[in-house]
Write a protein that binds this ligand. Structure first.
Ligand SMILES: Nc1ncnc2c1ncn2[C@@H]1O[C@H](COP(=O)(O)OP(=O)(O)OP(=O)(O)O)[C@@H](O)[C@H]1O
Length: 457
């Protein structure tokens, strides 16, 4: 029964009677999913958004009590309500179930308004419990995603939401924006945290090997298959499979992936039977999959299977202030690589970081900061150390005349020293100033000079 209401709370109705009855008519706040066996209930509960369940106990359902007890124990993070025939309340086995595993119970006949009130309370309690079991959901110490811009805050909120639902997730975004990191964050914030997170880059595995890499193979299935091997999908059992660059998956492998998503089964290459798996898929792409579908490179049915929940990692140039924050973050992280002399970023380097469009996104920023920390010869990283001197070019005319002159002076001195391989006398001649003036200017601009201590002014 589907109430069809947007944002309705999902409720599992477990009916173990030989002749199951209809669930009651509840307000559209509830979407009722009916299971007529514990097996069916088990399958439906793969959906973590179902946080509340109801089951009824009548004389003809007593044979199921032992199995019901095990089932409730296994799903103890949900809140359960029992509807009980009044006579059964004296049965010690029934009392045991109510005492240990139920949030509340009702005796027949059913009082629907009262039931709904209690269901609301039970849902609230289950939601609280679920929240406290989600580690940081993007805001605590474990949060791997650095960034405080509004667009990153939005990403965090989305991660928290999609983490709770079992459906596939599709993450889009330019290369280097942190799609894999976001996929890990989804996994860590989901009930699958602590279970395997298997990541595979579909573009990096040769097309001939990807089928067996994903689904495994039997011994002798192809030349070189010396032993039977499980694939990455099976390795992710209970957890999450991250398929990076999904747009590069060959068409024949797309068919197997679709089958796996539909049935949650895998078939090894060379095998004629299928194994059941429980894996959540998170996929990422930097290409437009809609275009790939139009061009026949990507199966439309697979696209719709994957595109159930989606979000985009914003490019770094659209994350206000995050470039500088990330630069400081990686500066600290690479502390071991840096010379103790390097204290941080100069004001002009930070300005260059703000101005640069970062086509390679966070990955480019990491590489530039790491290189600058190794190459920097000053106490503070300069735009040139980051290879970002051009980023300031257009901005200089807007700065004060004094700042423009200082920046030009600093650049000219640095360039002359580099050309003269650090020889101060030669650089001074080239700049048409005395050595003493060059020493004074170098000190003002924090530019180290060779043999500085031996020269008397
Ligand atoms: N917000 C962030 N905070 C800290 N590190 C980040 C952040 N975003 C990305 N990174 C780092 O940047 C690098 C690139 O990130 P990642 O591999 O997740 O990007 P991607 O979008 O999956 O790239 P590609 O499309 O090329 O596979 C990684 O080293 C990752 O740890």
């Amino acid at each position: 029964m589907d109430s069809g209401a947007v944002n309705a709370h999902r409720l599992l109705w477990v009916d173990l009677l030989d002749t199951p009855g209809e669930p009651p008519f509840l307000t559209p706040d509830w979407e009722i999913l009916v299971a007529s066996s514990l097996g069916e209930a088990e399958t439906l509960l793969r959906d973590p958004s179902i946080m509340v369940g109801v089951f009824s106990l009548r004389p003809d359902s007593l044979e199921h009590l032992p199995a019901l007890g095990r089932f409730l124990q296994h799903h103890g993070t949900r809140e359960w309500l029992a509807l009980v025939e009044p006579d059964l309340l004296w049965d010690p086995r029934v009392r045991e179930i109510l005492r240990h595993w139920c949030y509340d119970f009702h005796s027949f006949p059913l009082d629907t308004p009262r039931l709904e009130v209690v269901l609301g309370h039970a849902f609230g309690m289950a939601a609280l419990l679920a929240q406290s079991s989600i580690p940081s959901c993007g805001s605590g110490e474990e949060d791997p995603l650095t960034g405080e811009s509004p667009s990153m805050e939005q990403v965090r909120r989305t991660i928290c939401k999609v983490a709770r639902v079992a459906a596939p997730v599709l993450i889009t975004g330019e290369s280097g924006t942190g799609k894999e990191l976001a996929a890990r964050a989804v996994h860590e914030a989901s009930p699958r945290a602590g279970k395997p997170f298997e990541a595979i880059n579909c573009a990096a595995v040769p097309a001939s090997l990807i089928q067996s890499e994903l689904f495994g193979h039997e011994r002798g299935a192809f030349t070189g298959a010396h032993r039977t091997r499980g694939g990455r999908v099976q390795a992710a059992h209970g957890g999450t499979l991250f398929l990076d660059e999904i747009g590069d998956l060959p068409l024949e492998v797309q068919a197997s992936l679709l089958r796996f998503l539909q049935n949650q089964t895998v078939q090894r290459v060379g095998s004629d039977h299928e194994d059941k798996v429980d894996v959540r898929v998170v996929a990422a792409t930097h290409v437009n999959l809609t275009d790939a579908v139009k061009e026949g490179r990507f199966r439309e049915d697979l696209f719709y299977r994957l595109d159930v929940l989606n979000f985009e990692m914003p490019p770094l140039r659209e994350r206000d202030g995050d470039g500088v924050l990330l630069a400081h973050h990686f500066f600290q992280a690479f502390a071991r690589d840096r010379s103790a002399r390097v204290k941080g970023f100069s004001a002009s380097a930070l300005e260059a970081i703000r101005r640069h469009p970062w086509p390679g996104n966070v990955r480019e920023l990491i590489n530039r900061v790491r290189r600058a920390m190794v190459l920097c010869e000053n106490r503070f990283i300069q735009p040139e150390d980051l290879g970002l001197e051009d980023a300031l070019e257009n901005t200089l005319p807007q700065a004060s005349l004094e700042a423009v002159r200082a920046e030009a002076e600093r650049k000219a001195i640095t360039r002359a020293l580099r050309t003269c391989e650090g020889n101060v006398s030669a650089a001074a001649r080239r700049l048409n100033v005395s050595r003493i003036t060059l020493y004074r200017l170098a000190r003002r601009h924090d530019i180290p000079l060779q043999g500085q201590t031996t020269v008397k002014s």
